[in-house]
Design a protein around this ligand. Structure first.
Ligand code: SAM
Length: 348
């Protein structure tokens, strides 16, 4: 996106009625959390995310303009969405991210978060905070330079750590996310936990999930219980589990690290899923609503928006799409996941 683009004011569509019962799916789960992929493009090629070849070339420029992104988010917030996370692809590749944040933040009383690989965060953290960003999750799958480069195919650890520091200095709530793959970075679990302990940070280890073309295999899968055992043994300490937080805080089980403000968490998407408590939906940078990460048909919201759908029409489409939200992801029933693109397209 050219940097010379003027910063246009976001046009505000008429407010929809905020319904008392909020947004519920067909199974009565309250949907309060929207994850928005603002671009498919990325400046890393992490081994667990990108197909081995060709993916970077296939990533399309975002279809949604910043105004359209904000308008569609408003359609969701008017129905009861209370928290928004911007993701991708790599969201910091959008030069207009600050404008998007500024447009969304008032809609959710400042609860706008970002998931990023952190490579461009050092330069952007303060501006994003000023635009209304509240917190940032930095994806960091290795605490050592060589391991980072093997996983991401880029020598970028120092830049990510500088981005993390800048985010914290700007007053953003910062957490780390690490995907664990056997044979790639299980030896980084303890160094990452030590980093969290030393810095008073929270690191959350995520089970490796199968996604279109990402080469998932059982042999690479490390379950959450094993990750926790590795942390306990590596630190030579028992870990005290925190009480389960509200859903708005996410699905991780969180444990305090001894002698520090730092914490480790595990997100057990496959070994102990949390579908029965799912409160989230996704909007892709193509303007499609995706009700479930692993299944369900994407529903196009962009064409109706461009054809001047009324707020009520958009609300109807969103509600309709949520009646089909799956009760659990297909793998729990022993079925294959239904993909609608790679993780970088749906937004992790
Ligand atoms: N580029 C940004 C980043 O790196 O954080 C945002 C997009 S990335 C797809 C969002 C999150 O999805 C990251 O935390 C990443 O580690 C996670 N992710 C991607 N592929 C995954 C997989 N196969 N299994 C588990 N997590 C995955």
């Amino acid at each position: 996106m050219p940097s010379s683009l003027p910063m246009l004011p976001i046009s505000q569509p008429p407010r929809m009625l905020r319904l008392k019962d909020g947004l519920q799916d067909g199974l009565g789960r309250n949907i309060t959390y929207l994850r928005v992929s603002v671009t498919e493009q990325c400046n890393l090629a992490c081994v667990y995310c990108r197909p081995r070849t060709g993916a970077l070339e296939r990533a399309e420029a975002p279809a949604l303009s910043r105004n359209e992104t904000v308008q569609l988010v408003q359609a969701f917030t008017s129905l009861g969405i209370r928290k928004v996370r911007l993701t991708g692809g790599e969201p910091l590749l959008r030069r207009d991210l600050e404008t998007i944040v500024a447009g969304i933040s008032p809609e959710v009383e400042g609860r706008v978060h970002l998931t990023t690989n952190g490579l461009h965060l050092a330069k952007r953290a303060r501006g994003l905070r000023d635009a209304g960003l509240c917190g940032v999750n930095v994806s960091l799958d290795a605490a050592e330079r060589g391991a980072f480069e093997r996983l991401t195919r880029k020598d970028g650890l120092a830049r990510v750590l500088a981005g993390l520091e800048a985010a914290r200095a700007a007053g953003l709530k910062a957490k780390l996310n690490a995907v664990v793959l056997r044979g790639w970075n299980e030896d980084q679990i303890v160094p990452l936990a030590r980093l969290a302990q030393a810095e008073g940070l929270q690191v959350r280890f995520i089970e490796f999930m199968p996604y279109q073309g990402n080469g998932w295999g059982k042999d690479q899968f490390v379950p959450a219980d094993e990750i926790l055992r590795t942390v306990r043994e590596g630190l030579g300490a028992s870990l005290e589990e925190e009480p389960v937080a509200g859903l708005e805080e996410g699905p991780a089980r969180i444990f305090r690290l001894p002698g520090s403000e730092g914490k480790v968490g595990v997100i057990s998407t496959l070994s102990a899923d949390f579908c029965d408590r799912c409160n989230r939906v996704r909007l892709t940078s193509r303007g499609e609503l995706k009700a479930c990460l692993f299944g369900g048909h994407p529903v196009d919201l962009l064409e109706p928006l461009r054809n001047h759908a009324s707020p009520e029409d958009l609300a109807r489409l969103i509600r309709q799409a949520l009646t089909d939200k799956l009760d659990c992801h297909p793998m729990r029933r022993g079925e294959d996941p239904q993909f609608a693109g790679g993780m970088w397209q749906v937004g992790g």
